[in-house]
Write a protein that binds this ligand. Structure first.
Ligand SMILES: [Zn+2]
Length: 191
């Protein structure tokens, strides 16, 4: 990875026998061992929660859902705009631009939904990692290093997050890791 980017990266990927956790050399060489452990624990969280299947399920439902909605909306839109476009039938290939416009609009509506779904999975994997390692501080440190090395904006404007962010902003993840770390510590003290 270091030949292509300075960004530290790790991921959980594959299905069946190809399932694996990938750790970038950019991460292994620059993160301390308990920070690497925190990142691996996050990726394990995705495995434990079956997140790859959840994402596939979400993508498939979103795909079928939009196709169904499009089949409902498109004929009406073509009929309503026929005075301006000169196209009165969806079967006419000249209606393609109308279809493309509709699909773009639907994609725009779907974008924040998809991003919110992904952020929810990431938040849960973050929490799982802190619970598994019992080390919220190492997780927070790993996130700080990640932000610095990847030149990520730790606290981007809310609308940008809502539309585009598949992961919660780093500042939020750091705060959550420290809070969760304290919480798990308190719980183990009580026990
Ligand atoms: Zn993740």
């Amino acid at each position: 990875m270091s030949r292509q980017s300075e960004k530290p990266n790790a991921m959980f990927t594959g299905l069946g026998n190809t399932k694996r956790i990938v750790l970038g050399d950019t991460l292994l060489e620059r993160f301390s061992s308990d920070e690497v452990e925190a990142v691996v624990a996050h990726e394990l969280g995705h495995q434990v929660h079956g997140d790859i299947w959840r994402l596939i399920g979400f993508g498939a439902s979103a795909g079928f859902g939009t196709a169904w909605l499009l089949s409902r909306l498109a004929p009406r839109v073509v009929r309503r705009t026929r005075q301006r476009t000169g196209v009165s039938d969806l079967a006419d290939e000249a209606s393609l631009p109308v279809l493309a416009l509709l699909m773009t609009a639907m994609g725009f509506v779907l974008m924040p939904v998809q991003a919110a779904f992904s952020r929810a999975l990431e938040r849960r994997a973050d929490r799982f990692a802190v619970e598994l390692t019992g080390n919220g501080e190492a997780y927070a440190k790993a996130m700080e290093r990640l932000a610095a090395q990847a030149l990520a904006d730790p606290d981007p404007p809310r609308p940008v997050v809502v539309m585009l962010y598949s992961h919660p902003p780093i500042a939020e993840r750091i705060r959550a890791a420290r809070n969760a770390g304290r919480q798990f510590q308190d719980e183990s003290n009580v026990r």
